[in-house]
Design a protein around this ligand. Structure first.
Ligand code: SF4
Length: 910
């Protein structure tokens, strides 16, 4: 498409369509509906079913593959054309069994047949090709397959998994997994793309959502996915208070009609019998159901007593990157204005706090620099410390498509993550050596004169200090530190340095280190050196946020040193803005960060801790010490969906609503505010966190105002000018709006810094921080380096994804180890291992895999019973206290038992 429009005449009506559009778009723009059984806007056209025939300038053509020519005369409604189309559809339908067209099949084909007066008796085939029921989320009825190939193309052209193929000949052609066996054993990652595009009901979601697709569905509730930070827009179909199906929104700004196995299918937890439905209060050592009044009264008394005994700073709250913006806003307001402390933090402390610190220092604001759509123009992607194919699947799919369409790809990751298979250069640094790696690349950019001298002169600062530092990082030395061959470093630097539109996308492999903030800043150096940030060249520097609202939780000021909109609590001007709105004095001393809260509890200085929606005993590092902290704290209050490991240690557990049951907004990884809306009511007496926070304030005889979440966002905008243009009403009208957005009548900023950087001097700041080693190194006692992260089917502590079909897809936490290490330690694939670090022990199932390099092992932490975070250390980023999850020295032992299956026991253990 060129951006220009052309005029086409359809049945005598003139329509304008973009240059390059197909006739099908022109005909539809004229209001004429055509069947098009082999086409879907999300994939390329093939013109195989011949059901969209029209006449263009005298010739009968398939509208779905014929480009619209300027001034073309198109006939669509003529009787002969309608008959041709009807014949084509009738021929297709006749090869199917009667159930293809009966009333309980809501398929596109059945609808087309009804519109063309093709009756169910047309479908007369006997069938008998059987079904594949092996997969929890995808059912194949081979008799309904018309071999249109839409599913195969969705899998290839949108998802990029290439799991499906068409097999057989002629009328026997049918879709099948490319691996040949049952669907459940195929490469399918259950994104639901095939389910959503299938026009006949051959591929469906089993259960009540059977046959529903994003094109053919009953009215649903538009909301934003509550799993990862991609922020997919979803349409939720519900019936009798239960979710029937979750469908990808075709107009979702990031997902564009796509989703992944979590957002699309992992909603079974909503109706789990393990959901908490009543408040619980620990009496005589047991958590017992009580009324809300009893629970809140007890918490309010406990908080008052803590303040009376130890002062306001003896109370702390851990807010949640899973909760809405409005909930995060309200909890920090309660802590600051009612309790009188800045002891509020959120779990971005554990993932992207180095991004906030690093990006702010380099560029001025804490968010990614660009809209993700800009990546479509990138000719070179540098993907660092991220496995988006598994952890951010919709972004992973879009990045992969960009590569398949010609962009160069550099992957920097110790593991052979999914995208690495498609990389032009895969850099595999030793865990903990990122800063040296980035300095090595920067050294080559400078020495090979690939830096943008004009940009550096006009818009950046710090070049001389960096140049001096980089003298110490020639390729050979960097190769020694990182283990990356010097030739690969040079190849990668040249690819990035010579690209016209380079893009940097990074993940927790950059941040979760002892020097994570230095990692972010030295990575940002590369974009500054190339002038690929704040210009129309490239896609800047963009973090992939782990949880759905990591960005928003911090934007809202759920941080111990920052108010809503990132004003410092130490800045009298920032404080006075909030004080004017709240009508109270705000403490000027920064509060405790999450790791410091636990330390204070262990030291006896913290008397009350409120944990909102985080299973800190499972997901925080050195988790034995976290548990110790909770035991030492006199009052622990927990808002939760389930009786998590953390909730088990609480004195009061408050049952909370999930993201599908409440109102508000999230901010995704590219700074877009999007609405969250309730599709179903919460179970039993569960409340939204918003209502819980307000009710707790009321129990303390305080009024937080903001009766509705919309009021909270509006109030936040009065404190933080960057959000002043946002409102629920605007988001309802416009969909997604990025921040900064200071004016209600003007769009938010997709791309930052086009005129100046937001630093005090308006310049991008190069960082000259030297490489320093990680907190742990392997030695004779602990010879392996453990890296932790997510797998595709699960999400963090797995409290939601383990309660449904995803458990079938991935039932245990594995320890991946290289075949050389498996041989060295006599580990068999599938054996149950004891893994030990200097901090604790975990039990994992061995998976021998070349995805990890020799000397390194990898595990997820989705099953609390495996205890992976008992292994991780208390080393933290020197700037932000983000834990060093990515470098732990471990050893394996006990490779003697065959795996008995960890999933079922883990399921019941939480
Ligand atoms: Fe949800 Fe992320 Fe999957 Fe999108 S990619 S559906 S936001 S988990």
């Amino acid at each position: 498409m060129t951006g220009r429009e052309i005029e086409v005449e359809v049945d005598g009506t003139g329509v304008a369509v973009p240059e390059g559009a197909l006739l099908l778009a022109a005909v539809r723009a004229a209001g004429v509906e055509l069947p098009s059984l082999c086409s879907d806007d999300r994939i390329g056209p093939v013109g195989s079913c011949r059901t969209c025939l029209v006449r263009a300038d005298g010739s009968v053509v398939a509208a779905c593959v014929t480009p619209a020519a300027s001034g073309a005369h198109v006939e669509a409604a003529a009787d002969d054309l309608r008959q041709l189309r009807r014949d084509a559809v009738e021929l297709i339908a006749s090869a199917l069994p009667p159930r293809a067209l009966t009333g309980d099949n809501p398929s596109e084909l059945a609808e087309v047949c009804r519109s063309l007066d093709i009756g169910p008796d047309t479908a007369r085939a006997a069938g008998g090709r059987g079904a594949d029921d092996s997969h929890p989320y995808v059912r194949l009825d081979r008799d309904l397959c018309i071999a249109c190939g839409r599913c195969v193309r969705m899998c290839a052209e949108v998802q990029g998994t290439f799991a499906l193929t068409l097999t057989g000949r002629g009328a026997d052609t049918v879709v099948a997994p490319g691996t040949g066996g049952p669907w459940a054993e195929s490469d399918c990652v259950a994104c639901g793309g095939c389910v959503d595009t299938c026009p006949t009901g051959a591929i469906t979601e089993p259960g009540p959502g059977r046959g529903l697709t994003s094109a053919h569905r009953p009215a649903g509730t538009r909301t934003t996915c509550g799993y990862c930070g991609v922020g997919c827009a979803l349409d939720v179909v519900a019936s009798d208070g239960e979710v029937t199906a979750v469908l990808p929104a075709r107009d979702g700004p990031v997902n564009r009609g796509h989703a992944c196995v979590k957002g699309r299918f992992a909603h079974g937890y909503l109706t789990s019998p393990e959901r908490l439905t009543r408040p619980l209060w620990r009496r005589d050592g047991r958590l017992e159901p009580v009324t809300w009044d009893e629970a809140l009264g007890h918490v309010a008394r406990g908080l008052r007593a803590a303040v009376a005994d130890g002062g306001a700073d003896s109370v702390a709250a851990i807010s949640s990157a899973r909760a809405t913006n409005e909930e995060n806003y309200l909890v920090q307001k309660l802590m600051r204005s009612v309790i009188g402390t800045n002891n509020v933090d959120n779990c971005s402390r554990l993932c992207h706090s180095p991004s906030a610190a690093g990006l702010t220092a380099s560029f001025g604001l804490s968010g990614g620099t660009d809209s993700f759509d800009d990546v479509e123009r990138a000719d070179c992607l540098l993907v660092v410390g991220a496995n988006p194919v598994e952890a951010h699947p919709v972004v992973g799919a879009r990045l992969l498509q960009r590569v398949l369409h010609g962009a160069k790809l550099i992957v920097a990751d110790p593991r052979a993550v999914g995208l690495a298979l498609h990389a032009d250069v895969h850099l595999r640094p030793r865990p903990g050596t990122n800063v040296a790696l980035f300095h090595g690349l920067a050294h080559i950019l400078l020495t090979e004169r690939l830096a943008d001298e004009e940009f550096l002169r006009e818009r950046a600062t710090g070049l001389s200090e960096l140049t001096e530092l980089l003298d110490d990082y020639p390729p050979d030395r960097v190769a020694e530190i990182t283990g990356v061959p010097a030739t690969d470093l040079v190849a990668a630097a040249r690819l990035y340095g010579r690209a016209q539109q380079p893009a940097i996308v990074y993940g927790l492999g950059v941040t979760e280190h002892r020097h994570g903030t230095d990692g972010v800043r030295s990575l940002a150096n590369l974009a500054i050196l190339r002038g690929a940030v704040g210009t129309d060249r490239g896609y800047g520097v963009n973090p992939l946020r782990g949880q759905n609202n990591v960005q928003g939780a911090s934007d809202m000021g759920a941080l111990p040193d920052l108010l809503p909109g990132y004003g410092k609590v130490t800045d009298p001007g920032a404080r006075s803005r909030a004080e004017a709105v709240w009508g109270v004095r705000i403490p000027d001393r920064p509060g405790l960060r999450i790791p410091d809260m636990f330390a204070a509890a262990r030291a006896g200085d913290l008397r009350a801790l409120w944990v909102i929606g985080e299973d800190v005993c499972t997901t925080d590092p050195d988790s034995n010490r976290v548990t110790e902290a909770l035991r030492a704290c006199p009052l622990v209050v927990c808002n939760e969906l389930f009786l998590s490991e953390t909730a088990r240690h609480a004195d009061v557990v408050l049952p909370a609503a999930s993201w599908l049951e409440k109102e508000g907004t999230f901010v995704n990884f590219d700074r877009r505010f999007q609405r969250v809306r309730p599709a179903v009511p919460p179970p039993g007496e569960a409340w939204s966190d918003f209502d819980i926070i307000r009710a707790l304030a009321a129990a303390m005889e305080a009024d937080l105002g903001c009766p509705h979440p919309a009021d909270a966002l509006a109030e936040c905008g009065r404190i933080a000018p960057v959000f002043a243009g946002l409102s629920h009403e605007r988001l309802d009208r416009e969909g997604a709006v990025p921040w900064p957005c200071p004016h209600p009548g003007r769009p938010g900023l997709d791309k930052l810094y086009e005129e100046r950087f937001a630093t005090p001097d308006g310049r991008a700041h190069l960082s000259a921080a030297p490489y320093l080693p990680p907190g742990e190194q392997p030695d004779d006692d602990y010879p392996l380096l453990l890296v932790t992260g997510r797998r595709w089917a699960h999400y963090n502590s797995g409290s939601m994804t383990r309660r449904g079909g995803n458990l079938t897809l991935d039932p245990v936490d594995h320890l991946d180890l290289h075949p050389d290490d498996a041989a060295r330690y006599n580990v068999r694939n599938g054996a149950q291992l004891t893994v030990e670090s200097r901090h604790g022990q975990a039990r994992l199932i061995a998976r021998v895999s070349e995805q990890t390099a020799p000397g390194q092992v990898f595990s997820s932490f989705h099953f609390p019973a495996s205890g992976v975070n008992r292994l991780t250390s208390d080393h933290t980023d020197t700037v932000t206290s983000c834990p060093e999850y990515k470098v732990t020295a471990v050893r394996v032992s006990g490779a003697v038992h065959e795996a008995a299956g960890q999933g079922a026991s883990a399921q019941t253990a939480t």
